[in-house]
Design a protein around this ligand. Structure first.
Ligand code: G3P
Ligand code: CA
Length: 339
């Protein structure tokens, strides 16, 4: 072999491997730094920013008068004091749907730490005190003003990673959250594939609507759940197959699987047992951003948060993670900077 050709090949591999090695792993602050402050509050977003998170994850629902508010559930019960402020406004099912309230009413509520689904107390007992009602429900626009304001005053840009909840539910109430979202994002300069934003959904119809009908160029991520969770008509068992992932790659840039869909446990030597989903997603050039990494709720096969991060960043090689504890993930990646 010609020696110059040999040197060229060698250099090519060196450059390729360094590009791969330097590819940035993303820390996505799940509902803000929600391990420390009530989820989806301006406070949790500021803490995510100060922790060095790359992206701020937000879930959105709509009010009766068509505003996008930052809230995980379609109902207000789990994270606000709606039952005390509007005791007579429960729906027929006994719940307080956000869509039955206008923005002026939502703004009278205080957000508290998420309450336990059954019984009393909080979902995560060691987190921020549930009786401290010092935060309100932010709108999407307020969150954007916050991150763009911090980019100006501090300099660092934190991206947005937005999920629309209840696409079908809102459509039944004659609301179009996807259309409204793109309208708000355009107003604040988010519209291209290279902009610091992802839109995510469990509902494949929602993502296809955004990509094919509304023609967005923004990066899209197909979240993966389990069919038994009954989130929408999306068939997750199908999406996880070769054919399903190929279909996903036609409208999305990445997938957001539940962490158990990638790793089922560790073997006797501590090595991760990785599912076929990794290979299938990689074959289709899809980014992989699993959820949800919580330092205070570890899977049974790990004994520390760093061990869990090691497993997913080093062994599985994911491109980013959703975490309630962004400070700890940022610290981990700084410590292991060759990742
Ligand atoms: O959006 C990623 C992850 O947040 C999905 O689960 O229920 O927290 O919205 P959820
Ligand atoms: Ca979410």
């Amino acid at each position: 072999m010609n020696k110059y050709f040999f040197v060229f090949i060698l250099l090519f591999f060196v450059v390729c491997s360094s590009v791969h090695a330097s590819k940035q792993k993303l820390v996505i602050a799940h509902r803000g730094a929600s391990g420390y402050l009530p989820e989806h509050t301006l406070g949790a977003a500021v803490m995510a920013y100060a922790s060095g998170a790359d992206f701020l994850e937000l879930d959105l629902v709509m009010t009766k008068d068509g505003h996008l508010i930052v809230l995980h559930d379609l109902t207000l019960n789990g994270t606000t004091d709606v039952e005390q402020v509007f005791p007579d406004r429960a729906g027929k099912d006994g719940k307080y749907h956000a869509v039955d309230f206008n923005l002026h009413e939502v703004k009278q509520l205080k957000v508290h730490e998420r309450s336990a689904r059954r019984g009393t107390g909080q979902a995560f007992p060691d987190r921020f005190p549930i009786d401290s009602k010092i935060f309100g429900v932010p709108t999407l626009e307020e969150m954007i003003l916050l991150v763009q304001g911090l980019a100006k005053s501090h300099g660092r840009k934190m991206g947005l990673y937005i999920e629309i909840k209840g696409h079908d539910f809102h459509r039944k109430h004659h609301l179009d959250p996807g259309f409204k979202l793109l309208e708000v994002l355009k107003k604040y300069g988010y519209k291209n594939n290279s902009d610091p934003i992802f839109i995510q959904s469990f509902d494949s119809d929602m993502l296809k609507y955004l990509r094919h009908e509304l023609k967005t160029r923004i990066k899209l991520v197909q979240l993966l759940g389990e069919n038994r969770w009954r989130l929408s008509d999306t068939d997750f068992s199908y999406l996880k197959t070769e054919e399903g992932m190929k279909e996903v790659s036609e409208y999305a840039d990445g997938i957001g699987p539940w962490m158990n869909q990638l790793v089922t446990g560790v073997d006797f030597s501590g090595k991760a047992q990785i599912t076929d989903l990794l290979k299938i997603a990689r074959n289709n050039d899809l980014l992989i951003h699993p959820y949800t990494f919580r330092a205070d709720r570890l899977p049974s096969y790990t004994s520390s948060f760093d061990e869990l991060l090691d497993l997913f960043f080093q062994e599985v090689g994911v491109d980013g993670i959703f975490t309630d504890h962004p400070d700890q993930a940022v610290r981990y990646l700084e410590k292991n900077s060759s990742n």
